[in-house]
Design a protein around this ligand. Sequence first.
Ligand code: UDP
Ligand code: MG
Length: 306
Amino acid sequence: MNNNIISLVIPVYNEEDNIPELLRRLFSVMEKLKRPYEIILVNDGSKDSSLPLMLKEQKLHHNTLRVIDFNGNFGQHTAIMAGFKHSKGDYVITLDADLQNPPEEIPNLISLLDNGHDVVGTIRQKRKDSFFRRYASKFINKLMNKVTGFNLHDYGCMLRGYNRTIIDIINECGEVSTFIPALAQKFAVNPVEIEVSHSSRDKGSSKYSLFRLIRLQFDLMTAFSLFPLQMITITGAFIFVIGIVLALLGIFDSALSFVLSGITVTCMGITGEYTGRIYQEVRKRPRYVIRKIYGNKNENEEEKLN
Ligand code: UDP
Ligand code: MG
């Protein structure tokens, strides 16, 4: 029997209604596996009673459960990065705290890691999200594959498995804005994708407004390609040629100025996205600040990490 240690990393932001049920199902799944494991919950600045609930559970399961408490909200992917840094498993599995990723799927991911896959990606079957989210995701997945050169079918599903080799490489990456499934894919040698079931969010609400979703897609795009910047150059050259042709033909139309200024402003925006991100990176601020880690040897130590 394979005795590799399994770490589960779960970001938590205002999930008080989901914590007890999540942990009950996780423990039930993990105990049945009869393998060494740890569960790392990263509290991403929850303002509800998520933290006290997690700490209550941590006291009951002090051998298997650890809680990393951030001193503010740093975002889902950053929370997962912190979990990776503190994980000790040979395999690391990530999932959401809201039970949209059924814990019962975890053994399937583990058996693929046992088979030697270093990244186990997932595709949500019969996705239980709004019509808008599902169709926007379809479009985003296609666009991202074009832009990044990867071939992933569901960038957004965070129920995924990674071998320690991949986690160690990801831990070396110091970028502020990142997108973990794409980062892992970049370093994967033997990745696989499987279908997993998906549940609706029964308790609490999605933490992603339309604006936050757009920002997340920009993180993904700017972190993994220069394609949008290259498109700007090509578009610019193309517009220039059209301008010359129109001028030669003597056709000037006011509609044209709207189109052109529209393109110009969009291009400036995209360039700005990169510039803004470069600015964030060069400031070298800590990516997150940990107030305290519960269930660790150095439990009372305040920690600040980059
Ligand atoms: N999350 C987080 N920090 C955030 C936003 C979300 O840790 O700033 C967590 C959240 O608690 C959940 C997971 O990330 O465990 C996915 O969030 P959510 O369910 O809101 O996203 P959706 O399913 O709508 O994409
Ligand atoms: Mg969700």
